[in-house]
Design a protein around this ligand. Sequence first.
Ligand code: ADP
Ligand code: MG
Length: 508
Amino acid sequence: MGKVGFGTAVGIAVVTCTVAAVVVGWRLRSRMKWKRVVGVLRELEEACGTSVSRLRQVVDAMAVEMHAGLASEGGSKLKMLLTFVDKLPNGNEKGICYAIHLGGTNFRVLRVHLGGRRSGILRRDVERMPIPQHLMTSTSEDLFEFIASSLKQFVVGEEEKDSELSSVSRSELGFTFSFPVKQVSVSSGILIKWTKGFSIADMIGKDVSECLQQAMAKKGLNIHVAALVNDTVGTLAVGHYNDEDTVAAVIIGTGTNACYFERADAIIKCQGLLTTSGGMVVNMEWGNFWSSHLPRTQYDIDLDAESPNPNDQGFEKMISGMYLGDIVRRVLLRMSRESDIFGPSSSRLSTPFILRTPLMASMHQDDTPDLREVARVCNDVLGIPDVSLKARKLIVNICDIITRRAARLAAAGIVGILKKIGRDGSAGVAGSRTKAASSGGKLKRTVVAMEGGLYTNYTLFREYLEEAVAEILGEELAPFVTLKVVEDGSGLGAALLAASLSFISTDT
Ligand code: ADP
Ligand code: MG
């Protein structure tokens, strides 16, 4: 071999070695980065741990906080608001009632014709309409003028369909108002603050029912507001109407809340409270529950700090549909910063709330072998193309950890309520004298009414929740507790309550 030939051979060998070294180095770095990502996943898994023993601590904390919130005003992060609903519909109600619901995704008006025990709901008409954006920040007069005229249109339409209605001199109405209200009676209450994009300053501190009553009078409607309720109370009312063993209601949708039927003597902050039934529905406002036993991660801390309401609604921020997708986004963002598994960084991944919970659910529940839906959401929503199958599996894993934690914590909250009222097989919480509620230690069938888009539409969430309730309660007790989905609790419930408060049933 000549000198030139030898030099060329050496040159080729050097280049080959360099290329090989680069490839090996890249592979090594890539493996190390993947290892780091797996480390982040393991860390998340551990921080979100919800062993049964931890869940039982949450159960106890919930029951204790409930007790504290009932003992004194401001005694707990749980407000435990009185609703003055001391009697729940039981199916005997007869007649026609109206209801309106303000505070959900749409404004709704409905009419229900109740046939009494043997017939149930004979007819139900519902109309949904969005609240015009400008009215959400206008004046209370404008808002209620819109509500009353929508109601009038609906009533007139119904009367045209059913001529018998025109002969009714005065109708009863239930008003579901899903904003924080300090209830004064079962049919009136004062607005504490607006949420969900509403902001009408002159309304704060005003009686919500009175505003509606006046607006209806101006439109010539002879309708009486018989009940002013929160959406959870409506859900409990429907649950109880369908099944009298229903003792509590839980909503898990965009937000989360719960209410239950409490003995009057356990409501210590309102001494001498007299109710015909000896009990009253308490609106827990459980989204604000907090306990050091909740498995909190840095992602939760950051989400809270960057939210418009830091240190508020801590339980809700770990559980409800508004937030789950964003917790997942935060984990993905950290992984993308610490590795290149999602390729060059995507600015969309830094956009808060870009990953909505239904999309997260569709990735979590993707049953295609190559996780096509995960790839689609990554590409179309998060701006991350060409995600490897390994990385897609990782994403599914993250969704699973976050949803499982949420569902199991909600389950612990539910068992906490059952514990407070002595339906969990224990003696309940000291001071509430709940032993009697379990009728001398005998186990009673107990139903919890469930509502909300997260619970009803997210199958894996629902399955994890049900599984955890059974796990916490144990084999012996679990068969006595049923979670029952209630359709349209927030609208229908108010109508049922208006009926049960106004009509004397004829066929008991
Ligand atoms: P709201 O809470 O406004 O009264 P819903 O009870 O219908 O309304 O709940 C809507 C919420 O439920 C959505 O904001 C979303 O977070 C969640 N959700 C709805 N559909 C799904 C779904 N398919 N998978 C997961 N979450 C869902
Ligand atoms: Mg709702």
